[in-house]
Design a protein around this ligand. Structure first.
Ligand SMILES: NC(=O)c1ccc[n+]([C@@H]2O[C@H](COP(=O)([O-])OP(=O)(O)OC[C@H]3O[C@@H](n4cnc5c(N)ncnc54)[C@H](O)[C@@H]3O)[C@@H](O)[C@H]2O)c1
Length: 256
């Protein structure tokens, strides 16, 4: 008897911390995962982790900021696996700069990787998802979409990604494609390792749950949003330990 057909999930940035956790959880939930990343070694390590654990995975190189590379990814996945059910746009870059130091050299790559790439990939998976009766697109935004001091370019791309999410949910709902965004707060990963310790301390102190996030906090929600029976679309869900609720308390000891 042949094996049942597994739903196919593409995870960009799957060589990174949050992407690897999402890829691993989706594989545990029965997806065949395509781990795509500019960092081929990282993508291969994610694939190896999944297959060693008994899951199904493939790995490939992707420069999400490059049109030809995006087209090659989608064509390759359809060629090798025949379908696409889930797209997780997780690849991202952070090039912090105060407005006086912002140049097109930092702005344009951030736009290409964090915004144009995810939007373009979403566009390319519409037809394959529609022919399977629907699918799920999950955009990894950031709490930064609300605005972050000294991070206008990153915030701009994550805010725009939220707009893309809500607009596409309206357009694609009728063909069964759900589109959601996850907005993590501070998560301990190589990307956030560049933040000064005092910034991290302030962030954790201002977080009601009083801890930093970890990649699996994001991955568990992504897996739920990928579920074909989900009734959730067009949402921006904060995974931030409550940091996004409002201002920290003014009473002594509640924040610093
Ligand atoms: N770490 C946090 O605190 C945090 C908070 C909110 C949102 N996020 C978002 O979560 C996502 C994952 O971040 P992370 O913390 O795991 O960082 P990470 O640096 O561990 O992973 C990012 C991955 O994206 C890949 N990547 C970069 N440019 C690429 C390109 N052009 N094409 C394909 N892949 C590319 C990198 O190689 C890396 O593997 C990002 O979109 C980030 O903005 C992170």
């Amino acid at each position: 008897m042949s094996a049942p057909v597994a739903p196919v999930a593409i995870v960009t940035g799957a060589g990174g911390a949050i992407g690897a956790a999402i890829a691993t959880r989706l594989a545990e939930a029965g997806h065949l995962v395509v781990a795509a990343d500019l960092d081929q070694v990282g993508a291969a390590a994610t694939r190896a982790g999944i297959t060693t654990g008994g899951g199904r995975a493939d790995a490939c190189r992707l420069d999400v900021g490059d049109q030809a590379s995006r087209a090659e990814l989608v064509a390759g996945v359809l060629d090798r696996h025949g379908r696409i059910d889930v797209l997780v746009n997780c690849a991202g870059i952070l090039r912090d700069a105060r407005i006086g130091d912002l140049t097109e050299q930092t702005l344009l790559p951030t736009l290409a990787v964090n915004l144009i790439g995810p939007l373009s990939l979403a566009r390319q998976v519409i037809d394959p998802m529609t022919s399977e009766g629907g699918g799920s697109i999950i955009n990894i935004a950031s709490r930064a979409w609300l605005g972050i001091f000294g991070s206008a370019s990153y915030s701009m791309t994550k805010g725009a990604l939220v707009g893309v999410t809500r607009s596409l949910a309206l357009e694609l709902g009728p063909v069964g494609i759900r589109v959601n965004a996850i907005a993590p707060g501070y998560v301990q990963t190589p990307m956030s390792a560049s933040l000064p310790p005092q910034v991290v301390r302030r962030s954790v102190n201002a977080t009601p749950l009083r801890r930093a996030g970890n990649p699996d906090d994001v991955a568990r929600l992504a897996t739920e949003l990928a579920h074909p029976q989900s009734f959730v679309t067009g949402q921006v869900i904060a995974v931030c330990g409550g940091r996004t609720i409002g201002q920290p308390g003014m009473a002594e000891g509640t924040a610093s």
